[in-house]
Ligand binder design. Sequence first.
Ligand SMILES: O=C(O)CCC(=O)C1=CC=C[C@@H](O)[C@@H]1C(=O)O
Ligand SMILES: [Mg+2]
Length: 365
Amino acid sequence: MSAHEDLSLEYRSFSLDLEEPFETADGTIDTRDGFLVRLVDQADDGDAADPGDEPPVGYGEATPLPGWTESKADCERALDRAREALREGGPSEALEAVDRQVAARHALSLALADLQATRKATPLYRYLSQGPMVGRVPVNATIGDGSPDETVAEARRAVERGFDCCKLKVGLRSVEEDVERVRRAREVVGDAVELRADANEGWTYEEAESALDGFADHGVSILEQPLPAGALEGHADLRERSRGVSIALDEGLLEHGVDAICEAGAADVVVLKPMALGGVDVARKVAAWLTELDITPLVTTTIDGVVARTGAVHLAAAIPDIPACGLATGELLAEDLGQDPVLLEKGSAVVPQAKGLGVDGVWRR
Ligand SMILES: O=C(O)CCC(=O)C1=CC=C[C@@H](O)[C@@H]1C(=O)O
Ligand SMILES: [Mg+2]
């Protein structure tokens, strides 16, 4: 990094509506509000002889989600502190200044990584992994907790568009109705498509047991967070009797951390949300630790704008042999921060190979 006095942080607020309210057992998401962050190196003004050569810029995004991260007000205060600390002491001080405000840390660390990868003329995922080139990462379609008819229509549309993995939100209605939604989704997608379900902590142990039985009959591959985050032992017990359905923890990771999950034997799969973990750099380290412990990591967004979403795609590309990830969430938004550099094709996200994140033109909007 060049002399820290030359690096400046700017941020601006945004609000993005969803196409349709996204129903989950944990509530409805209908808008995503946050901050777009930009780091500019004032000392590097590009090649003066080349008018097209602009100074390198790093982009980040903080999109807090109630229940998963700090509030928007706390996030703004943390970004403000980071701006000051960057001026006074440089990037490490700025990262320290955001403290535990994970969405703010996500934005700052992503902008720093984007800037560094851009300077090294390498795509962000290779900067994160030092690994081989990766062309695509597998992604799942995300289907909200709608009525059985809506679920069937969305599952059909996903498969027609080439998805071979669908994640259904469950837990809002009775277990019988959820099993019926899964049965009808299976009927319409056929046997070759992977079906997953995410209950967002919605069930008691008895409900989760009975859902597991019903879901196993319809070939559900992963059941995410059936019980409240605190219930490590409960999840471990469910794993014992899961009839081939893998148990994933999402909210549980934030509450317990990797070691406690591993010790309790509470998960086959752990979901990494970079926005809730404090950044793609943190999430990359957690993924490596999970792999070491024989737990499968997968990546999802928190339904973010294009900057954070693209960061999550790079993160997934930096994790070897990653299963389908919850990254196809741009289509849930009615508007975005800028043009999406990630093409979705036949159930995969095509990983940008330009330097850095590969996101352009967001600041101008
Ligand atoms: O995993 C996906 O397919 C998309 C992301 C997703 O489902 C979520 C994003 C944000 C909050 C949650 O309701 C939810 C999740 O629990 O995984
Ligand atoms: Mg989840």
